[in-house]
Design a protein around this ligand. Structure first.
Ligand code: DUC
Ligand code: ZN
Ligand code: ZN
Length: 475
C-alpha cells in the first residue's frame, strides 16, 4: 500500500530560490507542493514537522569509489557501509566508478561492479566506467554501455602510468567516440608521466614522507594536463568533457577559458580542496600526513599567492559556475594496515580519503560563512550533478513527479565531525574536529525515511540501480 507523508512548515530550497512550502509525498514520489496553509485539508499517514528547517533535494554525489582496488588493497567502504554513511549525511544518490583495467573486457568490469552493489545499497546508485585500457573493443563497448546499460560517462586518467593511464592517442580516440555517442568524458587531469619522474627522484633522495606526495605533484602539472585535455576535446569535435576533483587555480583557469569559448567543458571540485592544505594536513608530523594522501594532492596554503589561494579560486569558481559540482572522490583507506603500506615510501600510500558522509555539511559551511548562496549549495550538491549525469528531474529537485529524495536540514543545530561518531568504515576522520554549523536531521529516500531522530531506519537493498541518460548540459 502506498503511504502518504506530509512535510509541513519548512522552506523548500532549489537553485531558483527558497520558498515556504509543504511537500506531499505519495509512495516513492513527490505528489504536490502547497503554499503555507493550503495543505490544511490534505490527509497523510505521516506528518513530519519541518518548522525552521530547509527542505532540500537529497544530495547527489557523482564521484565515489566503493571497494576500489588501489595500491595492493581495496577502498575500505563497500556499497553497504558507504551508502549508509552517505544517507546519514543527506546524500541519497551516488554514482560510483566501475573499473576496466588494461586487458580486461569493459562489460566484465561493469558486471563485477553490479555484483558488488546489487542488493547492498541503502540509497539509489548509478555507475560511470573507468576506462583503463582504450582499444578497439573498449571503444565498441562505450557505444554498448550508452545504448543499453545506462552508463553514459567514462573516466580516463592522464595520471597513474601502468595502472589506469591513457596516452593522448587513446584519449583522443575515446573522445571521438564520445563526440559520436554523446557520452561525457570524465578526466583525471594530472601529467602522470612527469609526476612519476619527480616522485622517483624524491624517493632516491630519501624524501619519503607523505608531504612529498604533494610536492611531487605540482599544480602546474594539473594545469598542463587540463589544457591538453581541453585541446584534445576540441580537436575531437567539442567532446563533452568534465574534469573531476579539480584542485588548482591553473586548472580552473583552463576550464574558464574553454567555457568562455562556448565549449562543452565542465568541472567539479571536492571539499578537501576547498578547506585542507599541504602544510596543515599532508605535512602533519611523522607518517600522520598519509591520512590525506589523495590525487590530486592538497595544495600549498599560500599558492598561487597569499592574497588569492587555490581555495579562494575554487570557491569563486563555485560561485561563477566554472565549477558546476561538488563531489567527494570518496576513496577511503584505514590508517592501520592500509595507509601504513606506504611507511617509508610515500609512493606506496594508497591514494584517497573518505568524505561521502560530510559533503552536504561541508559545502553548507560556505553558506554559513557567506561564500556561497543557499541556492547555490543545493545547485552544486544536488541539482546540477543530477542534470550533468542524466538523472534530472527524477533526482536533484523537489517538484511533483520527482523521486521523494528529501533532506530536512536544521541550520540552527551544530555538529562536530569525528571518527568516533561517523558511519564510514574508516578508522580515522580526515575531518576530525571540524565544527559544522547546521545538521542533516531527516532523510527520505524514494519516500522512505532512512535517517530520523539520530537513528538509521533504512536497509541495504532499498537502493536501486539508476540507468542514466546523457548529460543534460550540452550546448
Ligand atoms: N584519486 C585518488 O585519490 N584515489 C583514487 C583515484 C584517484 O583518482
Ligand atoms: Zn581521479
Ligand atoms: Zn576518483
Amino acid at each position: 500500500m502506498k503511504m502518504k507523508t506530509l512535510i509541513t512548515g519548512g522552506t523548500v530550497v532549489g537553485p531558483l530560490g527558497a520558498t515556504p512550502q509543504d511537500v506531499l509525498v505519495d509512495g516513492e514520489t513527490i505528489a504536490a507542493l502547497y503554499a503555507p496553509g493550503a495543505a490544511a485539508g490534505v490527509t497523510a499517514d505521516t506528518v513530519i514537522d519541518a518548522t525552521g528547517k530547509y527542505v532540500v533535494p537529497g544530495g547527489v554525489d557523482v564521484h565515489t569509489h566503493m571497494k576500489l582496488p588501489f595500491g595492493g588493497t581495496f577502498a575500505s567502504d563497500d556499497f553497504a557501509s558507504g551508502t549508509k554513511a552517505a544517507a546519514w549525511g543527506g546524500t541519497t544518490t551516488i554514482i560510483d566508478f566501475a573499473v576496466q583495467r588494461t586487458g580486461e573486457v569493459v562489460q566484465d568490469g561493469l558486471a563485477a561492479w553490479h555484483a558488488l552493489a546489487d542488493g547492498n545499497c541503502a540509497i539509489d546508485y548509478g555507475f560511470h566506467m573507468i576506462m583503463g585500457g582504450v582499444d578497439d573493443d573498449a571503444l565498441k563497448a562505450m557505444d554498448y554501455l550508452v545504448a543499453h546499460e545506462g552508463v553514459t560517462s567514462f573516466k580516463l586518467f592522464m595520471a597513474y602510468p601502468g595502472v589506469f593511464y591513457s596516452d593522448d592517442g587513446q584519449i583522443l580516440r575515446a573522445m571521438q567516440k564520445a563526440t559520436d555517442n554523446g557520452a561525457l568524458i570524465m578526466m583525471h587531469a594530472e601529467n602522470g608521466i612527469a609526476i612519476d619522474v619527480l616522485a622517483a627522484q624524491a624517493v632516491a633522495r630519501g624524501q619519503t614522507d607523505p608531504i612529498y606526495h604533494g610536492l611531487t605533484r605540482p599544480s602546474a602539472l594539473e594545469g598542463e594536463a587540463t589544457h591538453r585535455a581541453t585541446v584534445l576535446a576540441q580537436v575531437a569535435g567539442n567532446t563533452p568533457l568534465y574534469f573531476v576533483h579539480m584542485s588548482a587555480s591553473e586548472a580552473l583557469a583552463q576550464v574558464s577559458a574553454a567555457r568562455s569559448a562556448g565549449r562543452n567543458v565542465f568541472a567539479e571540485t571536492c571539499p578537501q580542496y576547498l578547506y585542507l592544505t599541504l602544510e596543515d594536513q599532508l605535512g602533519a608530523p611523522g607518517f600522520e600526513g598519509a591520512k590525506w594522501v589523495a590525487s590530486p594532492p592538497l595544495r600549498p596554503r599560500d599558492e598561487p599567492n597569499r592574497d588569492r589561494t587555490h581555495r579562494d579560486d575554487l570557491w569563486r569558481g563555485l560561485r561563477t559556475d566554472d565549477l558546476a559540482v561538488v563531489s567527494t572522490d570518496h576513496c577511503p583507506f584505514c590508517f592501520k594496515d592500509q595507509k601504513e603500506l606506504g611507511l617509508g615510501d610515500f609512493t606506496k600510500i594508497p591514494n584517497g580519503m573518505g568524505t561521502v558522509e560530510h559533503r552536504m555539511d561541508l559545502v553548507y559551511q560556505g553558506v554559513a560563512t557567506g561564500k556561497l548562496s543557499l541556492e547555490r549549495w543545493v545547485e552544486t550538491c544536488s541539482t546540477t550533478p543530477a542534470r550533468m549525469f542524466g538523472l534530472y528531474p527524477k533526482k536533484g529537485v523537489i517538484q511533483p513527479g520527482s523521486d521523494a529524495d528529501i533532506v530536512l536540514y536544521d541550520p540552527r543545530a551544530t555538529t562536530t565531525i569525528s571518527a568516533a561518531t561517523h558511519h564510514m568504515n574508516i578508522d580515522y576522520s580526515a575531518w576530525e574536529g571540524f565544527e559544522i554549523a547546521g545538521k542533516v536531521e531527516t532523510v527520505l529516500s524514494r519516500g522512505s525515511v532512512v535517517v530520523a531522530d539520530g537513528a538509521f531506519h533504512g536497509r541495504s537493498g532499498h537502493g536501486q540501480f539508476l540507468r542514466r541518460g546523457l548529460s543534460q548540459y550540452l550546448r
